[in-house]
Design a protein around this ligand. Sequence first.
Ligand SMILES: Cc1cc2nc3c(=O)[nH]c(=O)nc-3n(C[C@H](O)[C@H](O)[C@H](O)COP(=O)(O)O)c2cc1C
Length: 307
Amino acid sequence: MTQHLDPRALRSAFGAFATGVTVVTSTDAQGKPLGFTANSFTSVSLDPPLLLVCLARSSRNFEAMTTASGFAVNILAETQQDISNTFARPSEDRFATVAWSSGPFGSPVIAGVAAWFDCRLEQVIEAGDHVILLGRVEAFESGDSNGLGYVRGGYFVPTLAARAVSAAAEGSLHLSAVVERDGEILLVGDGTKSLPGCDVNGEEPLAALRSALEGLTGLPVTIGFLYSVYEDRKDGRQHIVYRAFLGEGDPRGGSFVALDRLADPTFDSAATADIVNRFASERSLGNFGVYFGTETTGRVHSIARKA
Ligand SMILES: Cc1cc2nc3c(=O)[nH]c(=O)nc-3n(C[C@H](O)[C@H](O)[C@H](O)COP(=O)(O)O)c2cc1C
């Protein structure tokens, strides 16, 4: 190994390259479906039609993947982050929770993906601690949805991020935050509850949100990834919701409500109720894992919807 390069720093630098997310599938000698999450997909050639994906030598499916007659690359859609997590975690049967069918060339094709390519395994190329699986596309299909994005260990939804940027440029924004600590979420308001936040007119949005949250709580605040973007038809404004993390101590303003007691408060809007309940249910599923990154890189979540 090259001594002077720190592998952790190298992995993190590689992670600056934003990619899509795929699930690479095949079948073992008994015909059982297998698959793993991969962002190392690259299109290679149109004539002949070739693509590649890099497979770690440490993969439990190494033998089966490198000796199969073919594999399929499923490009996950924006809403399929859960599938990415399922196929990146150890599991007895990753296919139990997804709808799939056999592609024309025989490898599993997952329902609802942005695109899939069912390939013949053309060549296995040695490449250090990985191998390159070179595939010849035998059949493919492209759907309507956009692909899920991945950068620096966190998922992102390109259309969601783009909407946030254009809303910020137009002004008249309401920013708020899902602030969770130890199974509780920070809410404001005596009767009807809202997410803590602020209006923004021209200021730098994230700085404005951080100072509003610090002013409310008297505690240090770190703003995390984007959680939701929606337009409220009633007030005609764009709402952008981030995740945020509070430092230790009791907040001066606002109050923490347990995520399993959310039936009690009344929320200021259906959108707030939806965001809070969705956050609670995702958290109980333990879907906040972060791969290839640090615990602080957070993630982007896809709940772009009109209120
Ligand atoms: C976004 C993302 C991208 C990944 N990309 C790759 C990849 O390109 N190649 C790879 O071998 N593993 C990749 N992994 C890791 C595998 O999905 C993970 O190690 C999985 O558990 C391997 O399963 P297996 O051992 O059953 O093959 C990625 C994981 C994530 C979350």
